[in-house]
Write a protein that binds this ligand. Structure first.
Ligand code: TEU
Length: 619
């Protein structure tokens, strides 16, 4: 897309930080993070340089699914504080030049929501059609095994239908039994949701992260899936992912809601099973749907089909090739989001890097370097900027997440031993992302509660935020530099992307180019030295190191060799890069730890218009 740095929306050069409030900071010492805990750490976010905060749900909720089971869309659960606290957070973020992206769950509510309570009461209730009610399968009685109206499996395992005795009917829930799906076919549902979204805009939120938004259009009539898995259930996902009316619904939402905002919002739709080609249609600005989508493709590569906990090795060419395909598909129209972790995924450094003590810090920086030098809007998940690893859970009863506890039951029916199940959950449970953020080395990690709802990492002192703040070579400062680089350099935000050496098993390399500005990014995704000669990477004479990830005390490789998990961002001068032979390493400094990005005025000498902080889009 020929995006002009002068007019491109603010989010093309912004980085978004995700706060999962249960685990960020505990303001009242009850063991669960809250809004006052978020307010207490705004210095951290401002120093990091993120432009927006995506806040996971804080609505009143029975908390069967961490608050993604919403009982009231227009309030705050007492566990997290009050609506006044949320208003205060919005105001405090704005005062610091940051924005708030609200997480909205529009596909389903909690079964405790008054809409569902009314709906289940009787077939004549005005809210009856707000959800998906169906009679038992013909020939079966309600509640009998096999009586479900379709054979679908839910995303958390088990049948996607539950019999409700009060209603004397089944309701559809693609997630937990306590999360009934809303019926978007029924116009009053959409009207109510859109009115609610306008209410939040009027309260000052700057955008929406839309939970599983591409599930809201179901392929009708609801019917059985052809296949059946070992649990006897069928795969109904193809009937609900990006269904027939999804584009119509999103365009209606855009028309009815987003147009009423006074500023340029950020909207990101979380989309299951979406292809890059579909993503173009969702994010092409001319179609007015969403600004970007969260794809799951790159976070489902390390698993057996249909079972995220059945972990498979992930060859580097598959991972980088997947990201490269998304870069290419959305190069001319649409926009990518970029992420390696969130509250549903294991910790990025444990999954894609190397979390052994010798490599944790450097591999976390290498992964961040690679991701943040792609084209798109990066999302940093809380703790990722500290290089937080997975939690070493010791037993199955230590897990709290509904997806994990359901999986324990399912895996036992497959005959897996408890040890095998524990190994799977220790690789993939959503709880890894949900342990408290360590702010200090104190026993409570500075989180604010003696006994937090999930335990602190036993090694939390080694990656606590305060020590990293004091250490210019920490993972934290590396993230800060990456975020600053995107904001300063149009080639990072908007430049074209070209993969290099796509089949190399250890080297992640690519080029970015905008006009006569070009960057070369190289990262060694292994713990062994990696000579560049023969890899296809050409580092031209005059290449200038913008950012590396070694510490000053680390032994540097020679110019043509990357040390274990070393990553470099090099600026190459226009016209020089193609002229040199392979393996040339030119003037590139051997020592790569210098944080040159700290003084961009010095390092960015030639051409290339720079972004300035004031370039906000107002409409
Ligand atoms: O996630 C969508 C979703 O499908 C994830 O649950 C994902 O499939 C799974 O975690 C990967 O194993 C969203 C929210 O991010 C998640 O927290 C909610 O549980 C879910 O929707 C239901 O609202």
């Amino acid at each position: 897309m020929a995006l002009d740095p002068a007019t491109a929306p603010w989010w093309t050069r912004a980085t978004v930080y995700q706060v999962y409030p249960r685990s960020f900071g505990d303001g009242d010492g009850d063991g669960v993070g809250d809004l006052r805990g978020v307010l207490a750490h705004l210095d951290h976010l401002e120093a990091l340089g993120v432009e927006a905060v995506w806040l996971s749900p804080v609505y009143p909720s029975p908390m069967r699914d961490g608050g993604y089971d919403v009982a009231d869309y227009q309030g705050v659960d007492p566990l997290f504080g009050t609506l006044a606290d949320l208003d205060a957070l919005i105001a405090a973020l704005h005062a610091r030049g940051m924005k708030l992206i609200l997480d909205v769950v529009l596909n389903h509510t909690s079964d405790a929501h008054p809409w569902f309570q009314a709906s289940r009461r009787s077939p004549d209730d005005p809210k009856r059609d707000w959800y998906w009610w169906r009679p038992p399968r013909p020939g079966f009685r309600g509640g009998e095994p096999g009586a479900e109206p379709t054979n679908w499996r839910g995303y958390f395992g088990g049948p996607a239908w539950t019999y409700d005795a009060t209603a004397d009917a089944y309701y559809l829930h693609l997630f937990d039994t306590s999360q009934p799906d809303l019926n978007w076919e029924h116009p009053p549902v959409r009207r109510a949701l859109f009115e609610m979204l306008r209410w939040w805009l009027a309260r000052g939120v700057d955008g929406f992260r839309m939970d599983v938004i591409n599930l809201v259009s179901k392929d009708l009539p609801l019917r059985d899936a052809p296949d059946r898995g070992p649990d006897g259930l069928g795969n109904g996902f193809p009937f609900v992912e990006s269904g027939p009316r999804i584009h119509e619904f999103l365009q209606e939402l855009h028309r009815e809601v987003l147009g009423s905002a006074g500023t340029v919002l950020l909207t990101v739709g979380e989309m299951l099973g979406v292809t890059p080609e579909q993503a173009v249609a969702f994010t092409d600005p001319e179609r007015r749907e969403v600004d970007m989508v969260f794809t799951f493709e790159h976070v489902t590569l390390d698993q057996a089909p249909g079972d995220k906990f059945d972990v498979r090795p992930l060859p580097l060419p598959l991972l980088k090739g997947t990201l490269a395909r998304w870069q290419e598909a959305l190069a001319d129209r649409g926009w990518n989001s970029l992420y390696l972790g969130n509250h549903d995924q294991p910790r990025a450094v444990s999954r894609f890097g190397d979390d052994r003590p010798a490599w944790r810090e450097r591999s976390a920086k290498a992964l961040a370097t690679v991701l943040h030098l792609h084209r798109g809007t990066p999302f940093v998940y809380q703790g990722e900027e500290l290089g937080m690893p997975n939690h070493p859970f010791a037993s199955l009863d230590a897990f709290q997440d509904v997806e994990s506890t359901n999986y324990v039951r399912f895996a036992r029916t497959l005959g897996l031993s408890d040890d095998a199940i524990l190994a799977r959950l220790n690789a993939k449970s959503r709880d890894h992302a949900r342990t408290p953020v360590p702010w200090t080395a104190a026993p409570d990690g500075g989180f604010g509660s003696a006994t937090p709802w999930l335990p602190l990492h036993p090694d939390h002192a080694t990656f606590a935020a305060d020590a990293q703040r004091a250490d210019p070579h920490s993972v934290l400062h590396h993230y800060r530099r990456l975020i600053a680089l995107r904001r300063a350099l149009p080639v990072v935000a908007l430049g074209g992307f070209r993969p290099i050496a796509p089949d190399h098993e250890r080297l992640w390399a690519f080029e970015r180019r905008l006009g006569d500005e070009a960057l070369l990014v190289v990262a060694n995704c292994s713990d062994a030295d990696l000579p560049l000669a023969g890899t296809g990477v050409t580092v031209p004479y005059g290449a200038e190191l913008l950012l590396g990830n070694l510490r000053p005390e680390d032994a540097p490789g020679d110019r043509g060799t990357l040390r274990g998990w070393e990553a470099r961002v090099l600026r190459i001068e226009a016209g020089r890069d193609r002229a040199q032979g392979e393996g040339t390493t030119g003037d590139e400094p051997a020592r790569t730890a210098m944080p040159l990005v700290d003084d961009l005025r010095r390092t960015v000498r030639t051409g290339g218009r720079r972004f300035t902080r004031d370039e906000r889009n107002e409409r």
